[in-house]
Design a protein around this ligand. Structure first.
Ligand code: MG
Length: 214
């Protein structure tokens, strides 16, 4: 095996061990954890603002925000009414288990029922690294195009749920949500799919129900 392949394998194995430790910590405190992934601009933070507003009466929600720079998203989540910790990756295109462990130490896990980890906006790398989550979820906005599941299959394969967001844009784009669903199910037959609009609120009850049942 060449050196590069060995190094990549070692990095992934070390990350898996740390992710398992994170997961054990979450289980000990009975916190359910979602790793939320998408390309930039698909609507992760807007979805979380809506989710916090809708569910904070029944679930105690915390959020870890992963971005390359700025604390803009953590500020939005705190304004929506949930505890948020920002991670800046300073260039890295995904979160790893080590970054999440550091952020978790700033949260009070006994005070939470649900923790959502908003990964760095990127349709590729975040799907390769476990962070200790119970489930991966992803958003694809309709405007990104219905060819994306087949072009970027790993995230669709790894995710337990897919939200097709920005359904309100359907009259203005050529992208067909039925084609997105068909391609996503071709890659991952078990994936649950909800068509939503975080702008109008359409379809979000399905997502809320999925979170309640997690
Ligand atoms: Mg965001």
């Amino acid at each position: 095996m060449n050196v590069k392949v060995t190094v990549v394998r070692d990095i992934l194995e070390a990350n898996e061990r740390l992710a398992a430790e994170n997961r054990a910590l979450f289980d000990r405190h009975e916190v359910r954890v979602v790793n939320l992934m998408s390309a930039p601009g698909a609507g992760k933070t807007t979805l979380l603002e809506k989710t916090v507003a809708a569910l904070s009466g029944e679930l105690r929600i915390g959020v870890i925000e992963g971005d390359i720079q700025t604390s803009l998203d953590a500020e939005r989540i705190e304004r929506a009414g949930a505890r948020a910790v920002q991670i800046n990756t300073d260039g890295a295109c995904h979160l790893d288990a080590n970054m999440v462990a550091a952020a978790v130490s700033k949260l009070e896990l006994p005070a939470l029922d649900l923790l959502v980890i908003e990964n760095v906006g990127n349709l590729v790398c975040p799907a390769e690294f476990k962070v200790g989550e119970h489930a991966k979820a992803m958003i694809l906005s309709l405007a990104e195009g219905d060819d994306k599941p087949l072009k970027y299959p790993l995230m669709f394969k790894e995710s337990r749920v897919l939200l097709i967001n920005k359904m309100d844009l359907q009259p203005h784009v050529n992208s067909d949500p039925a084609r997105i669903e068909q391609a996503a199910r071709q890659i991952n037959p078990a994936i649950e799919i909800f068509r939503v609009s975080c702008k109008t609120g359409e379809g979000l009850e399905g997502w809320y129900g999925w979170l309640r049942a997690l």
